[in-house]
Design a protein around this ligand. Structure first.
Ligand code: GLN
Length: 437
């Protein structure tokens, strides 16, 4: 049996293949791209790839590189170091506009050309060549293969890069970029000329979605906090002056490039990439937009369409009568938690536990074996709740073989003997049998 997903993706392509728009006219080499190419690839955070159409055809990454180079700059200079030079505000302007903050002189965001030329100069390296080498190396590691420059695209784009040169001189004049502004444009353009396929982009994007860990090679390339920053800016600025429509209709942090690619990163789930070089008036791939709209709608991918985790955080809450033993509680309350415990899920579990009154004659078992991810806020809230129960005079036992709650805060609850103490002799041979309650 084969996965039905590739067939599904093929169907999406047939739904979205009506022609519209033009290849990028301002870069001769891109203007002559094959307008019929059409592909979609999807890579899960486990590294499973599904693809349909032209997903192994190379094209220039162009502005999609900006999201990754912003991530490198954040790693190399820290959040504050980058924030001094580039903002995070949607400009609402076309990508090649000189959108600078009137007070600080910073480019509005790192995904317009002015911001991206700036972030390129913030990458670590002694010389412009070193900086570029680092960019090419990190992007290649994200793709899982060495990416090459499309020299024809590069030289073609350099012939028509006057606007970017003007931006770079302006940025140099105001002290936003240091060093030779022409070298910045040259190497920024090389960065934009890196050749990728839709499959490369899907796995690169899954790295963003997977908290910075490349899902196939398993290399931790970026830190999770940097990924939050990058995807936030992708959500608000990734589609330039189309960003508001995009968030509304698609709701996936994204980035487009005039080579015809669009990437979409759904945090914790999947990286998606589309390829079709026919561009609409904002410079985004026309058919790429259609594919994203279609998939977001039919597959429920909009970031704001979430199932509240609180509704399923408590897998079981049961009170069991214990045989009477002097000095022991009459009942056992077993609260079993499952899934990812974020704030709302932890609040839900905590609410179950705090409903237990000091006068209730119960011992409490908090079973955390089915927790798949414990957020810091979950750790804090549940640890404090357990402490409070103990302070109320309850005996609490924790079943936490993976240590999802901080040991130091758990006191008596985490002593292996506590569970045995709570249960009558012979009631439980091992932790697993607690499931019977
Ligand atoms: N939107 C884009 O993809 C533009 C990138 C292109 N290299 C430029 O600087 O104009």
């Amino acid at each position: 049996m084969k996965s039905p997903l590739p067939e599904y993706l093929k169907h999406v392509l047939t739904q979205c293949k009506q022609d519209s728009g033009q290849t990028a006219q301002y870069i001769p080499e891109l203007a002559s791209a094959n307008p019929d190419h059409l592909g979609v690839a999807l890579c899960t955070i486990d590294g499973d790839m599904y693809a349909a159409g032209d997903t192994e055809v190379e094209f220039a990454i162009e502005s999609i590189s900006k999201a990754f180079v912003y991530a490198i700059a954040l790693e190399d200079r820290g959040f504050d170091g980058v924030a001094k030079k580039v903002g995070v505000e949607p400009s609402g302007d076309p990508f090649n506009q000189l959108s600078l903050d009137p007070k600080t002189g910073r480019p509005d965001n790192p995904l317009i050309n002015a911001g991206a030329i700036t972030t390129h100069t913030l990458v670590n390296g002694k010389t412009p060549q070193d900086r570029y080498d680092r960019v090419a190396d990190v992007l290649s590691r994200c793709a899982g293969r060495k990416l090459r420059v499309m020299e024809d695209v590069y030289s073609s784009e350099m012939k028509t890069a006057d606007r970017n040169r003007a931006l770079a001189y302006m940025l140099h004049m105001t002290g936003i970029i240091e060093g030779d502004p022409m070298a910045a444009v040259e190497y920024y353009t090389r960065q934009c000329s890196l050749a990728v396929t839709a499959k490369d982009l899907a796995v690169m994007t899954a790295t963003l979605a997977n908290r910075g860990r490349q899902p196939v090679t398993k290399e931790q390339i970026f830190s999770p906090d940097v990924m939050v920053r990058v995807q936030s800016v992708m959500l608000t600025c990734g589609m330039y002056d189309y960003a508001g429509d995009w968030v509304t209709a698609v709701g996936i942090p994204s980035k487009s490039g005039v080579g015809g690619g669009i990437i979409g990163s759904l945090p914790g789930q999947v990286g998606i990439a589309t390829f079709s070089p026919q561009l609409e008036e904002h410079g985004n791939s026309y058919r790429g937009i259609k594919i994203f709209e279609h998939m977001s709608d039919k597959m429920g991918l909009h970031l704001l369409k979430v199932v509240p985790p609180s509704q399923s955080a408590v897998r079981r809450d049961k009170t069991v009568k214990l045989p009477s033993r002097p000095g022991h509680p009459a009942n056992l309350r077993v609260v079993a938690v499952q899934g990812a415990v974020n704030f709302v899920a932890a609040e839900h579990v905590s609410r179950h536990l705090v409903s237990i009154q000091p006068k209730d004659d119960v011992g409490i078992v908090l079973d955390l074996r089915a927790v798949t991810m414990m957020y810091d806020v979950g750790k804090m809230l549940l640890a404090d709740t357990v402490e409070g129960l103990i302070a109320d005079g309850h005996k609490v036992a924790l079943i936490d073989p993976d240590g999802v709650l901080p040991k130091d805060k758990m006191g008596a609850a985490d002593r292996p003997g506590t569970l045995k103490e709570l249960l009558p002799q012979g009631a439980v041979a091992g932790e697993n049998q607690l499931g019977e309650f």
